[in-house]
Design a binder for this molecule. Structure first.
Ligand SMILES: Nc1ncnc2c1ncn2[C@@H]1O[C@H](COP(=O)(O)OP(=O)(O)OP(=O)(O)O)[C@@H](O)[C@H]1O
Ligand SMILES: [Mg+2]
Length: 321
């Protein structure tokens, strides 16, 4: 421009300077705008690709052309995805294990029932004595199946968290006495005495889901009978605890539990002796159910045990007037 003006003898430096500045500013903004548009399109494409995978969480955020923020967000996205995939993997393994355990548990009683029915069909039904005996044994197998299915149903509900507790006030002494009455026959068969540690003359009112708490006490007392020694005792104590809480202790003088197994007791399907060598059958769901129910009440469960001497399971409950 300056050369041209000089050629035409009209060189005016003021004009040249102003023109240059104006030109610079104009170009600057055009370039800036173009570059920004260019980066924006690239970045938007990345956003779009990423949000294709996760449309819900990315769409609502504004798009940025700031590279640092973008990098951070993409990294965060990758991290979140990794965690998500890992949880899914764990869940998948959990599910597979659960199914395996379930079919394993159902197999034994199913085959028992089938065995008796087949024997009956093979001719045993013509013998009046045998017929009755085998039918009764098949019935026992069916009973066991029902028991397992009920436990499975309960644990599934507890694990997905849709077990609606219906809280009421009730007398825990009555509930324990009720469990004793129901299990008296079972205990008698092993010569085990079910008792309170002392006479509870007054009712002790607590707040919780009565039916579920009864299930907890039943599971614990059944265990104390199953794993108790012949002619032993199961003793239940109700004690005051701080902060409007009581603690219910269920103590037996049975076989006890080895230290190494204590931490796994409340896992579902966990049994100390899986070999079946021991006489007491079970699927290992009892304590898992107990723990879920107590935790759904926001309470705690404890276990203390000495191998060969006996065990004590205890749980807390909220006391009311
Ligand atoms: N009072 C106890 N004394 C000794 N061992 C116990 C006692 N309670 C539980 N256990 C051990 O803990 C394991 C798990 O108990 P849990 O009640 O969950 O299952 P289970 O009694 O085997 O079967 P289920 O209760 O489902 O019929 C038992 O197999 C047993 O080895
Ligand atoms: Mg049990």
């Amino acid at each position: 421009m300056a050369v041209m003006l000089h050629y035409f003898q009209t060189l005016n430096w003021n004009f040249v300077v102003i023109f240059s500045i104006a030109l610079f500013i104009f170009s600057f903004f055009v370039l800036q705008y173009r570059v920004e548009r260019f980066i924006y399109r690239r970045v938007k494409k990345i956003y779009d690709d990423v949000s294709l995978l996760e449309s819900s969480s990315f769409r609502n955020k504004s798009i940025t052309t700031d590279m640092a923020t973008l990098t951070r967000e993409v990294e965060k996205f990758a991290r979140d995805k990794k965690i998500e995939i890992e949880t899914l993997k764990i869940r998948e393994e959990y599910r597979r294990e659960f199914l395996g355990n379930v079919s394993h548990e159902l197999k034994t009683p199913l085959f028992t029932v089938q065995g008796y029915i087949l024997t009956l069909l093979d001719g045993a039904m013509n013998d009046k004595e045998l017929r009755k005996k085998y039918l009764q044994r098949a019935e026992k197998g069916v009973e066991r199946l029902i028991y397992i299915v009920q436990d499975l149903d309960m644990i599934t509900k507890l694990e997905v968290g849709d077990l609606n507790l219906s809280f009421t006030r009730f007398n825990i002494v009555d509930v324990i006495q009720n469990v004793f009455d129901l299990l008296e026959m079972k205990a008698d068969a092993k010569g085990i005495m079910l008792m309170f540690d002392m006479k509870y003359y007054k009712p002790i009112m607590v707040y919780g889901d009565q039916e579920k708490i009864q299930q907890v006490i039943t599971n614990l007392v059944v265990n104390s009978i199953k794993y108790g020694k012949e002619n032993g005792t199961t003793e239940v104590a109700i004690e005051d605890l701080v902060n409007n809480k009581i603690i219910v202790r269920i103590k037996d003088n049975g076989e006890g539990i080895e230290k190494k197994n204590i931490s796994r007791l409340f896992e579902r399907f966990f049994r100390v002796d899986k070999s079946g060598a021991r006489t007491e059958g079970g699927s290992g769901l009892g304590l898992a159910i107990v723990k879920h129910i107590i935790e759904a009440h926001d309470e705690k469960i404890y276990v203390e045990s000495e191998y060969g001497k006996g065990s004590e399971f205890s749980f807390t409950l909220e006391k009311t007037k």
